[in-house]
Every structure is written in C-alpha cells, then in structure tokens.
Design a protein around this ligand. Structure first.
Ligand code: ADP
Ligand code: MG
Length: 487
C-alpha cells in the first residue's frame, strides 16, 4: 500500500519523531495515575512531584520533602514504576530523592489537577448541544482520552486526537484527521474521547459525533420530510464534525455528495473534521475519488492491536471501572486471550463480575477459562507465558521471521555472510533469542552453527549499544517485537 503524499502513517515507522521528553513522560504517567488512584490520593501526593530524568533503566523521581519522598517510596513505588514502564518501557527501577525547591514551585501540570482546583469550571458530563438533542445520546462520557490506555500501537493516533482537541478553535494542523484500523481496536473510543475532550475544554463548542450510518439515515429522513436545509445547517455549523465508520458510505452516492459539500464548507471555515474507518482512505474504493482524496488531505494514522502488556493495562482499567478486583494472574490470562479485538474485554469483565456477585467466590483461572470458552468456543486458550513469547517459540521461528522481515534468505542468516544487513539481522535474532526465549549464549551459539558464546555475547552487546545511539535499530527491534506479539 502506498500512502498518499500528505499522509503521515503508520505501522513500522511510527517511532519516528515520537521520542517523549521527560516532561511528557511524567505528564503521561500522572494522567495514568489520576485514573488509578483515588482523587484524594492523587491530589495529596502528586501535584508537586516531578520526574527528574531517566538514565539507562533508572528513573529519578523528586519529592518536595523527605517525608513526602519516604511516603512515595514506600507506598507508591510499585504503581509509579508500572505506569512509568507503560509509558517508557525501558525503565526498570525508580529512585526517589528530595528537592526542597519543589515545595514552592507551581503545580507543573495544572490541567491534571484542575479538577480539584476549579471543580466548578470543568464539565464532567458534556452533552452535545444540538437542537435535536440526538447527539448527546450517542456520545458516552465514559470514553475519554484520559482513560484510553496508550501503547506503541495506538500512541500516534492518541497523540493526534489530543492535539486536535487542544487545537479546537485554533489553527488546524491535522485536518482532517483520519483514523483507521480493525474492529475493536479503539477507534470509537478515540473519536468519542476527542469529542468529550473538546467539550471539556470549551463548553460552548459545537461538536457532532455521528456514524456514517446515522448520517445517512438522518439524511434520508430529512429528504422525506423535506428538511434537507435543516440537515445541512446542522452539520455546517459545527466546530468539530466527527464521523465514525465511514466505510459504510461505500456506494452511497447521495450521502457522499452531501458529505462532500459539508466537508468543503467546514474545511474552508477552518473547522475540524475527524473520520474513522476500517481501512485507509486509499482503500475506500466505494467512495468517490474527490471525497476520498479529501479524507486523506490531513493526517492519516492507524491503530493496531496493543501488545500483551498494554492489554493487561486495558483489562485492569476496565476491571477497575466495573469495580472488580482481579488478581494479577487473571488479568494476565485475560490479556493473553484477547487477541483480536478489545471489544471482548468489557464483556468479559462484566461476566466475571456477575459470576462473582452470584456465587460470592472470587474468580479463578478455571472460572475465567469457562467464560472465555463460552464467549469464543473456537479460539484455543493461551497462557500468559505463551502470550509473552508471542509467535516465537524457538530459534527457527525467530530466524524465519527475521529473514522474512528483511527479505533475506534464512540460510544467509545461519551462514557466514559478513554483509552488513545480514550481520545486523543475525545479531537481532540473537537478541530475540535472549530477550524472548531467554536462551543462554551457549544455546544460541549452538543453534547458529556452533558459534562460540563470546561471539553471540559480543553481537548482542553491539545491538544493545546501537539501541542507545541509533533510532533506526530501536525502530526495527520495536516493529519486529510488535509483529511477533512480544514486548
Ligand atoms: P473500534 O471503534 O475500533 O471498533 P472501540 O473504540 O469500540 O473499537 O473499542 C472497543 C472496546 O475496547 C471499547 O470498550 C474501548 O473502550 C476499548 N478500548 C480500545 N482501546 C482501548 C485503549 N487503548 N484503552 C482503553 N480501552 C480501550
Ligand atoms: Mg467503532
């Protein structure tokens, strides 16, 4: 697939330009903590805490007093670490120190704490104020950008939505924004989250979230009742128009014409437009060229199935939202078995909760397996360990995969070629054998034609060094791990 010129996408190259600063990392961690901790805890302990730096795998967190530091270190170390890791996977340790100057410093991320500071100004349950009152029913206030769990697979889409929400009313950089991806990967959540975020920031904004299907039905009804003028007016006075599942417009010429004109009007008026679909604009072949090309005028981003670790966080979040306390092994087991769409997560959590309530016994791996099997009888269940290893079960799997990824013969990787790309591919295989299969250098050496373990060690070290200095290597390794379904 060749992306259209103006679209910045996707998949393997999303790493580019997305390195986060320490501030951004800490802001993302705080956003996550604000969802996980009680409001009281969050507002008591976190407004004046800062992330000083991340070096190697260590993150240094600063607190304004010694007492504060001790408290964080004893009570919140785990949750800070796990959320730091979710945002910045290289972190494996958190250290705490005191920085007395923080006591008098202003709150660094007021937006995150403003719920308390100015509780009255923030609208918690925005409603879309349109005369018909229809839109407010489809917009769910539970879907927000804050409770959207961010992993590599959806980071760009989430960042784009955030940027769009922040820019509402200002100059539009990403217009239109087009999000695509398979069923149940979070498109609707992002779209509705953006609508909610725009409204949270500006209660006066006119935001319409609708689906292509509803748009069409409304149009048909308007035509029947001879009210197309009203229909047009309604859509053309929006500040932000969001249309979900636009693949539904396939072959619906009349609706496409209407949308085309609406689009032109809004675009000229500098209003934000957001679309989501199950595929990129270039593949929406049932949509007229002129509309399709406009859909790709701005930023096109995809969402993919989150990694196992991110899925755990999503399970945790949905469980928490349902007031269900799940032991870690069950969270992992659920995450391991949600492999195509995240739609099941909520359903699973609700079923588990119902069972817990009815039987008054905590969930077990057995009871959860039963529910999983009932929901999806044909899918074989996977353990968390299997999920961590993804599709790489042995050295051969890894070699085949890497050979395929770089488009070079597996025999070259196993051979003695010194060509740069082959050497790189070979060393990446070793790294994966270490990281994913937990093999010893000796074992790896054996599987690679009886190489000495020091050769392997040297190669692995070289890749690790490159990871520090060369974004290219990091991007490849990340993309490979994502495709293998491992962290
Ligand atoms: P799509 O529109 O792509 O088919 P949805 O947005 O309806 O998918 O997502 C399906 C379910 O998964 C919803 O319950 C949604 O809240 C949840 N979900 C998807 N991605 C995330 C995420 N990153 N964080 C939290 N929940 C998510
Ligand atoms: Mg959807």
């Amino acid at each position: 697939m060749s992306p259209e010129p103006s679209t910045a996408t996707t998949g393997k190259n999303i790493g580019e330009g997305l390195t986060m600063t320490t501030e951004q990392i800490w802001e993302a961690v705080l956003a996550r903590l604000s969802e996980k901790l009680s409001r009281m805890e969050f507002h008591t302990w976190f407004p004046k805490v800062q992330l000083a730096r991340i070096e190697g795998g260590g993150a240094m967190v600063l607190a304004p007093t010694d007492m504060h530091r001790n408290w964080l270190s004893s009570k919140y170390r785990g949750i800070i670490l796990s959320n730091l890791q979710a945002v910045s996977p290289q972190v494996d340790q958190v250290y705490f120190d005191t920085d007395l100057s923080l006591s008098n410093a202003p709150v660094a991320y007021p937006a995150l704490f403003e719920k308390q500071l100015s509780a009255k100004k923030i609208r918690h349950e925005p409603t879309v104020r349109l005369q018909e009152g229809v839109e407010s029913r489809v917009l769910s206030s539970h879907l927000t950008l804050r409770n959207f769990i961010v992993g590599e697979e959806n980071r760009l889409a989430h960042a784009a939505c955030m940027a769009v929400a922040e820019a509402a009313g200002k100059e539009k950089k990403y217009n239109p924004l087009f999000i695509y991806g398979g069923v149940g990967l979070g498109k609707t959540h992002l779209l509705q989250g953006t609508a909610n975020e725009v409204l949270r920031r500006d209660g006066e904004a006119v935001v319409v979230y609708t689906t292509a299907e509803r748009f069409l039905n409304e149009l048909v009804k308007a035509i029947r009742q001879r009210k197309t003028d009203e229909f047009r007016k309604k859509y053309r006075r929006t500040d932000v128009l969001i249309i979900d599942d636009v693949q539904f417009f396939d072959g619906k010429e009349h609706a496409q014409d209407e949308l085309f004109n609406t689009f032109n009007d809004l675009f000229e008026g500098q209003k934000q437009i957001i679309f989501a679909a199950d595929r990129p604009p270039s593949e929406l072949t049932g949509i007229a060229d002129r509309l399709r090309s406009r859909m790709g005028w701005g930023l096109t981003v995809d969402v993919q199935l989150p990694s196992f670790e991110t899925r755990i966080a999503i399970v945790q979040q949905k469980a928490q939202a349902a007031d269900l306390l799940l032991p870690a092994d069950i969270e992992q087991f659920l995450a391991a078995n949600v492999r195509k769409t995240l739609r099941e997560v909520e359903n699973l959590v609700n079923q588990i909760r119902a069972e817990v309530e009815l039987t008054h016994t905590p969930p077990t791996l057995q009871s959860v397996s039963r529910i999983l099997r009932k929901l999806n009888p044909s899918a074989p269940l996977q353990t968390a360990d299997e999920a961590k290893r993804g599709i790489a079960r042995n050295t051969d799997d890894i070699i085949t995969f890497i050979a395929d990824y770089f488009g070079i013969p597996a025999t070259d990787i196993l051979g003695t070629s010194r060509k740069q790309q082959v050497v790189f591919a070979r060393q990446l295989c070793w790294v994966l054998c270490r990281d994913v299969l937990r093999m010893s250098y000796e074992q790896i050496g054996e599987d690679f034609g009886g190489k000495n373990h020091t050769t392997i060690m040297h190669g692995v070290k070289k890749i690790h060094q490159q990871l520090e200095s060369d974004a290219h290597t990091a991007r490849h390794l990340h993309a490979i791990k994502a495709d293998l379904g491992v962290k």
